[in-house]
Design a protein around this ligand. Structure first.
Ligand code: FAD
Ligand code: SF4
Length: 336
């Protein structure tokens, strides 16, 4: 049985307290929310904080802001549980792709502990990394933790561990903004700039910054869907996630974004796929052109489930399905 190492557990009630505790702990301190990612990682010695600072009692993160869907959009507290997010009536009505992605994470038990913030800050994953300490030691570790080489691409100077969050691609696709609070104050970053294509330094967030809230864009004719490929429908990390967003003007698409999860170290926007949809009414030719455009740069590595060439082929299929759902929603009048 894998055991947690011993650590000091701190439970601040306010943001300033949490920041002060992190300041005291220095690089040996880490934040935790639901712990469904961090604690398994600590058991495998991926992260070894001496002090763990829980964000679960920090009221500022629990606030669900203007969930009423005002003209300014909604603000979600980063501490909202995934189960609550997926069941929230306003989310289901105004931003259903967010609720769908949250509902597809893991299992009901883990969604009852896991938070939005934890999901958006999820560690990247790899078959050579998500293993016990002894397993990793037997292969002399790898550069993401304790080692020097990348076993997926031995001549590579970088780590290719995969962004495996279900909700992050949706946030990038819809153009959400993240509110970060650190010792220097508050800053707001577009979701697309929160992630790096680097398996080790996968977030632009500083270690002491707390993700406090996520701002969803105002409903102005946009709609989005999320489709997930995984081995077991009951629960599994995505090996491919497709978030498709479009803003309609009349019968035509004024703007569109396609973002892929599970194929790179960040949620990867395929700009050419969005461009292929602009000015279209999502007819079959436009969908086919976008699916082809998304297929080209989709370069899954051999570090997660399934054969990588099959996963690449599935990009075309999954993008097509996502866009067909988007078209169907337009015809049935479910756009925000
Ligand atoms: C068996 C299993 C299956 C899973 N399947 C999936 C899946 O299918 N899809 C998926 O997306 N995830 C999956 N997960 C991962 C995880 O359960 C979810 O991503 C969950 O949402 C993580 O949230 P958390 O609050 O538990 O994060 P935590 O474990 O508490 O934190 C994760 C990371 O985020 C940081 N963090 C958390 N909150 C904040 C914040 N507010 N500000 C700054 N940093 C923060 C922590 O320091 C840590 O580094 C799975 C996990 C397990 C164990
Ligand atoms: S991609 Fe390479 S360096 Fe990164 S976790 Fe996997 S084996 Fe390690």
């Amino acid at each position: 049985m894998l055991r947690l190492p011993s650590f000091t557990y701190r439970q601040p009630k306010t943001l300033p307290e949490a920041l002060a505790m992190k300041g005291d702990a220095g690089p040996d301190g880490m934040y935790v929310a639901g712990g469904t990612d961090l604690y398994p990682n600590m058991k495998r010695r991926h992260q070894e904080p001496k002090t763990v600072i829980s964000l679960m009692a920090v009221q500022e993160l629990r606030a669900d802001g203007r969930m009423g869907g005002s003209a300014d959009g909604m603000t979600l507290g980063a501490g909202i549980l995934l189960n609550d997010l997926s069941a929230h009536p306003t989310i289901r009505r105004s931003a259903p792709a967010v609720g769908v992605a949250a509902a597809l994470v893991s299992t009901p038990l883990l969604r009852n502990m896991g938070t939005l913030g934890g999901n958006l800050c999820l560690d990247t994953r790899c078959n050579y990394y998500n293993q016990s300490y002894e397993w990793r030691k037997a292969i002399d570790f790898c550069m993401k933790k304790d080692g020097a080489i990348c076993w997926v691409a031995p001549s590579s100077p970088r780590c290719w561990a995969v962004s495996s969050s279900d909700v992050a691609p949706v946030m990038v696709a819809i153009g959400a903004e993240y509110v970060l609070v650190g010792p220097a104050g508050e800053r707001v970053v577009p979701a697309g700039r929160f992630y790096h294509n680097d398996g080790i330094n996968y977030l632009t967030k500083q270690p002491d910054e707390i993700l406090t809230a996520v701002r969803l864009p105002a409903p102005n004719g946009w709609d989005a869907v999320y489709h997930k490929l995984r081995r077991r429908g009951s629960f599994d990390f995505p090996v491919l996630g497709v978030a498709a967003w479009a803003r309609w003007e009349g019968k035509k698409i004024a703007d569109a974004r396609i973002v892929l999860g599970g194929v790179a170290s960040y949620p990867q926007e395929v700009v050419e796929a969005g461009a292929a949809l602009r000015g279209s009414s999502l007819q079959a030719e436009a969908i086919s052109a976008a699916a082809q455009a998304a297929f080209q740069p989709s370069k899954p590595m051999d570090n997660t489930d399934f054969d990588l060439s099959w996963r690449k082929q599935m990009t075309r299929v999954w993008v097509t399905r996502a866009l067909e759902e988007l078209r169907q929603r337009r015809h049935t009048g479910t756009t925000a």
